[in-house]
Design a binder for this molecule. Structure first.
Ligand code: ZN
Ligand code: ZN
Length: 512
């Protein structure tokens, strides 16, 4: 049957290249917090990797950290004083938080750890090391010698032509470390002479001194050839007509004689409710590690796997999270044949599910409504107690397999994290076991009635107590005030049931 899933289609195109090992690549500049929009770069490649593996071929997945790129501007979450490092490679800028060797490394490591959790583990290439070790010296030399041809290509897309003294490289000054340098002469081999704004003027040998970097569009094309890249996606901002992808492709063909990799544009990931694209400099970003706190790894993958790359999607951090969990559970049940959908949809959802899972479970895993876990995880701060309760309510079997045990523990923590960090007031509460206010006589009477009836309590009785005591709806408010120190909360009967009748009785007795 013909492949219809997006990553399978890309994989088929890649296979037309007919090679022993297929190289697929992604790249990100660690210029600030790497957000869930940037992560689409890696996730697109990761899913294509899985599609290729399913076709039984060998794959090498390289992720480039473009950390030899210059530090351009100070993002909102970094101290303003970092302005003094502008012009240095991000691998040379100090870590504002002091926990890593450099600014670039801080964001790289933070991201690598989060990516590992969702099963993304490419071969990481650190460009400051490659450039620093002069690995690309021949590509640099080639570009310098074809300088005029490169200018002619770039000028095809420019209103203002490049100045005649333009070079396809930038040089980081050996004295001040910044790239405020101007090239004076080039010998056609490896020697280049420059003058820096700081006053330093010298000749360097770039086959021995790793301070020369190709400019972006040339750099991208050179590395496609260097690593034999067969597939690399690019963000929407690179995909415009005459944008960096277009020009890099021409440079790849006409300068480096290399057929550019197969391409896939990917669209933005939207922050729900805010619209538009996330921006590190504006500070309105959600990092992968933030998602990992509230979404199962398979669910994080599901977002990216379930949407074609050229379509934008939103990841909700608000109470729409409940629905996302339900949608994922539905997909899971379809995979395990527990839901009836038409053949076309079934085929699609099964493929999405396969791409979402890091490790395939043998049977349908446990699927506890996230909303219920938000509720339970706040009643019991102890995970084992939540699990015990879920067993009593029949949500969990008495014995759990390894997969389910791991899943439920993650879910409990995620529900709690969500309640703590993102939930609206109406979902948040804490059980107050100690007496924290005085009741009126009337209220005391009502609470006494509740204590008497608590063993055989039904939901209806709560209304009756309200009526009999003359408090009406106020009776519910009094109960919430006692148990949660709030005027409202989850359904009172459910709340009492879940806290446990004995425990509730114990608390109420302190008030009468
Ligand atoms: Zn750090
Ligand atoms: Zn300098």
């Amino acid at each position: 049957m013909e492949d219809v899933y997006w990553a399978d289609k890309i994989a088929n195109k890649i296979l037309e290249k007919n090679k022993d090992v297929y190289v697929i690549a992604s790249g990100i500049t660690p210029s600030g917090t790497i957000h869930i929009g940037n992560f689409r770069e890696e996730m697109t490649v990761e899913i294509v990797r899985r599609a290729l593996l399913d076709k039984g071929v060998k794959v090498r997945y390289i992720h480039s950290w473009d950390d030899f790129d210059r530090f351009r501007k100070v993002p909102a979450n970094v101290p303003k004083e970092w302005e003094e490092y502008i012009g240095m490679p991000v691998s040379k800028v100090p870590d504002p938080w002091g926990c890593h060797k450099s600014y670039g490394e801080h964001f790289e490591k933070e991201f690598e750890e989060a990516a590992k959790i969702v099963g993304v583990q490419p071969e990481y290439v650190y460009e400051h090391k490659e450039y620093g070790a002069c690995k690309y010296k021949d590509g640099i030399k080639e570009a310098l010698n074809k300088r005029e041809k490169i200018m002619e290509i770039l000028n095809r897309f420019r209103k203002e032509p490049l100045p005649s003294d333009w070079y396809p490289v930038q040089i980081y000054c050996t004295k001040c470390g910044k790239d405020f340098t101007k090239i004076i002469s080039y010998d056609g081999e490896y020697k280049i002479r420059y003058k820096c704004k700081c006053g330093n003027e010298e000749e360097i040998d770039f086959s021995k001194q790793g301070v020369v970097k190709l400019r972006w569009r040339v750099d991208w094309a050179m590395r496609w050839r260097y690593y034999n890249v067969d597939f690399e996606p690019g963000g929407k901002e690179h995909s415009t007509l005459g944008g960096s992808r277009d020009t890099s492709s021409i440079i790849s063909k006409e300068i480096f004689n290399y057929e550019p990799p197969i391409y896939q544009m990917y669209d933005f990931v939207i922050l729900k409710g805010k619209g538009g694209k996330m921006s590190g400099s504006k500070g309105n970003v959600i990092a992968l590690k933030d998602l990992n706190e509230i979404y199962l790894p398979e669910l994080v993958r599901y977002f990216y796997a379930g949407t074609r790359p050229n379509t934008e999607f939103a990841i909700p951090m608000d109470d729409e999270i409940f629905k996302v969990y339900e949608d994922f559970y539905f997909t899971e049940r379809v995979y395990f044949g527990k839901e009836e959908v038409d053949e076309k949809k079934k085929k699609h959802l099964k493929r999405v599910y396969e791409m979402s899972m890091i490790k395939m479970p043998k049977e349908l895993p446990i699927e506890i409504p996230f909303k219920y876990l938000v509720f339970l995880s706040q009643i019991y701060r102890d995970d084992d107690k939540v699990i015990k309760k879920l067993k009593q309510t029949g949500h969990l079997k008495e014995t759990l397999n390894e997969f389910d045990d791991k899943r439920i523990r993650m879910l409990i923590n995620m529900a709690r994290n969500w309640a703590d960090k993102y939930a609206d007031e109406k979902y948040k509460f804490q059980i107050h076991e100690e007496k924290h206010f005085e009741l009126s006589d009337n209220e005391k009477q009502a609470i006494k009635m509740l204590i008497e009836k608590i063993d055989g309590l039904t939901e209806n009785m709560l209304y009756e107590i309200g009526k009999e005591s003359g408090l009406g709806k106020e009776f519910f408010k009094v109960c919430y005030k006692i148990l949660l120190n709030k005027e409202r909360g989850p359904r009172l009967f459910e709340l009492i049931e879940n806290i446990g009748r004995e425990k509730v009785k114990e608390i109420l007795e302190k008030y009468v």
